[in-house]
Design a binder for this molecule. Structure first.
Ligand SMILES: CC(C)(COP(=O)(O)OP(=O)(O)OC[C@H]1O[C@@H](n2cnc3c(N)ncnc32)[C@H](O)[C@@H]1OP(=O)(O)O)[C@@H](O)C(=O)NCCC(=O)NCCS
Length: 266
């Protein structure tokens, strides 16, 4: 497996889907199709299993075909991490550079049980941050302003700008919950963002929007260092309500943020 393993049974791994899936000639049409279908199935499963946890809805996304899914997976500023659960009888634990072999293993060997999306980076000087009222995907995957064209260092030689990221859509299959997998997905995404910021020698800032009633998710983010900085009302995409749920669709989102490597940290 590509990343860390627990050593205990079952074994989990967090593997990013290569954003070059659609363009790299090493990836056959078959490979693209398998990854895209599995991703779409897990995303739709997440929207069905936890309808109140996402601003989007199953009803909206089921209308989107595999081409649109592949487009999303190919956006260089939206890295999708998949949590894999390895069957204990699987003898193949080979590591690979890009995680593709693990993602392509048959489901009985490596089940797709969780996901998270890391959106960004954006340079930090843009006026408004993410909002529950807009699609963070559209906001965070727009063109980045060239950092090299800006005065990125202040008079004390400290970086003035940060790379800004946003986490979206964390989900763990109910069968795999409460094993620390949610926290590992968040950590894997944050580590990727932190590595990019270290390379650019600027601080990294990351945000996430959490429904105010989603205590479990909020605690998972808090464990990774996120703190609530704002709250705002938002309206979910139209969806079928689960039994007993009220029709009121106006909800409150918490905006949570974490910052690493800021001048004040040093
Ligand atoms: C939120 C979600 C991703 C968390 O996934 P998870 O894998 O259960 O998360 P973790 O295991 O890392 O942590 C969840 C809890 O399990 C606990 N836990 C972690 N490892 C554990 C273990 N080995 N034994 C018992 N409990 C454990 C954690 O302490 C945490 O408990 P707490 O909330 O009381 O602090 C999952 O519940 C989910 O998919 N929910 C629906 C979608 C959703 O709400 N997404 C958020 C959108 S913002």
């Amino acid at each position: 497996m590509t990343t860390e393993e627990t050593g205990a049974s079952p074994t989990f791994a967090i593997v990013p889907i290569p954003t070059s899936l659609a363009t790299d000639p090493r990836y056959s049409r078959h490979t693209q199709a398998v990854i895209t279908q599995r991703y779409r199935a897990l995303r739709l499963h997440a929207l069905k299993t936890a309808p109140a946890a996402f601003a989007s809805s199953y009803e909206l996304e089921v209308k989107r075909g595999l081409d649109q899914t592949l487009d999303r997976l190919s956006n260089p500023k939206a890295i999708n991490f998949i949590a894999l659960k390895a069957n204990s009888e699987s003898k193949d634990t080979t590591t690979s550079d890009d995680g593709l072999p693990e993602l392509l293993m048959p489901e009985w060997m490596a089940e797709w049980v969780g996901m998270i999306v890391l959106l960004g980076p954006q340079s930090d000087d843009t006026s408004s941050g993410p909002s529950a009222r807009r699609d963070p995907f559209a906001k965070m995957t727009g063109p980045i302003e060239a950092l090299e064209d800006q005065d990125t260092v202040d008079s004390h030689s400290r970086p003035r700008y940060a790379l800004r990221y946003h986490l979206n859509g964390v989900f763990v299959n109910p069968s795999a919950r409460k094993s620390g997998l949610g926290q590992r997905l968040v950590s894997a995404a944050l580590e990727k963002a932190a590595a990019a910021a270290r390379e650019a020698q600027v601080p990294m800032k990351c945000s996430v929007l959490v429904d105010s009633e989603n205590d479990v998710a909020r605690r998972v983010y808090e464990a990774a260092g996120f703190r609530v900085v704002a709250r705002e009302a938002y309206v979910q995409q139209p969806r079928e309500l689960v039994a007993g749920e009220s029709q009121a669709s106006e909800r409150v989102a918490l905006l949570m943020k974490v910052e690493l490597g800021s001048p004040g940290d040093r």
